[in-house]
Write a protein that binds this ligand. Structure first.
Ligand code: ATP
Ligand code: MN
Ligand code: MN
Length: 305
């Protein structure tokens, strides 16, 4: 297949050695004073954790050439100038095909940082099997006037309901307002089935407790309600990578956490460029380590409508 043809670009002298970060003193986070060099140092520090989260997956980046408060753009495709980062040719939603970014090594990530990428957003599938999802993301998006305690309760309830459906799930802050509840699938499942399951799950939550949850994307900003955004689950859809920075004030980070940390969590933006490296040194283990050993799928939904 086309995906199989993805091969490493030839490495000439241009791509030997570490990536040079230009304009290291340029301030990227104006509220916090963090420079491009500090952003690069952050990604260097979290590389052992970040790389496994994005490696081999089609990857989108949010690039902010004028800093986190300037105009940022969401980039899916490979562009001229990128010498290290690989690409994979994949069918687009619209039948055509496009050259998607795929990072495989630390230098690939650093090249994207040099190109002013602040955020990393992988697909829920790998480039060599783009049609098979290995992750479901339930993206809990609180509307206005929703207290964070309600977001915590929503994440806990989603976890319990998934457990009743025979699925283990994992928690992550987004660096924003909400939380992600992530379900690994092994072996991977067709996007079609994954989307049908995710949508059905979100709709049944909203039907059971309409005062708390909403599953209709056009109504996602309803005051007092949490939008269960199941639309992260489709071919070509992305969710922010664990350990990615966000282009928002405070330089918050998307952080995987053990479920035991949920009661103490005070905000989706609790972890930041400033406190994440120390947090990673302090924590005893990777809270998502169990994911790799888990074998679970959607077999019982395969035959349903
Ligand atoms: P929050 O907790 O504040 O909601 P979030 O990362 O979940 O943070 P969402 O707005 O819910 O933010 O977006 C969910 C995901 O949708 C993002 O992580 C990103 O991968 C994807 N996304 C966001 N903007 C775009 C865009 N312009 N084009 C395509 N996908 C996007
Ligand atoms: Mn969200
Ligand atoms: Mn969302």
């Amino acid at each position: 297949t086309a995906a199989k043809k993805a091969t490493k670009r030839t490495r000439d002298d241009d791509t030997a050695g570490p990536v040079r970060i230009s304009s290291p003193d340029r301030v990227v986070y104006p509220e916090d004073g963090y420079t491009k060099a500090e952003v690069a140092a952050y990604y260097d520090a979290v590389m052992p954790q970040l790389l496994p989260e994005i490696a081999g997956r089609p990857l989108s980046v949010i690039r902010c050439p004028d800093g986190s408060q300037g105009a940022c753009f969401f980039q899916k495709h490979h562009t001229a100038g990128l010498k290290r980062v690989d690409s994979v040719r994949l069918k687009e939603e619209s039948e055509a095909s496009g050259e998607y970014l795929v990072a495989g090594a630390a230098e690939d990530v650093m090249e994207l940082v040099q190109f002013n990428a602040l955020e990393f957003h992988p697909w829920g599938s790998h480039a060599d099997r783009p049609d098979r999802a290995d992750r479901i993301v339930f993206d809990l998006d609180p509307g206005p006037e929703v207290a964070f305690a309600e977001v915590r309760r929503a994440a806990r309830d989603v976890r319990e309901l998934l457990k009743k459906a025979g699925l283990e799930s994992f928690l992550r802050t987004t660096g924003g307002k909400g939380l992600h509840v992530v379900v690994p699938l092994a072996p991977a499942e067709d996007w079609e089935l994954v989307r049908r399951f995710a949508r059905g799950f979100a709709e049944s939550l909203a039907a059971a407790e309409p005062e708390r949850f909403i599953a209709v994307s056009t109504l996602k900003k309803r005051p007092g309600k949490i939008f269960v955004d199941y639309l992260r689950n489709g071919r070509g859809a992305t969710a922010v990578a664990s350990y990615s920075l966000r282009a928002r004030p405070g330089a918050p980070v998307a952080m995987p956490l053990p479920w035991s940390a949920l009661p103490r969590l005070t905000s989706g933006a609790q972890y930041t460029l400033a406190n994440t490296p120390a947090h990673l040194r302090r924590r005893r283990s990777d809270p998502w380590a169990g994911m790799a050993r888990l074998k679970q799928g959607l077999a019982r939904w395969r035959q349903q409508d």
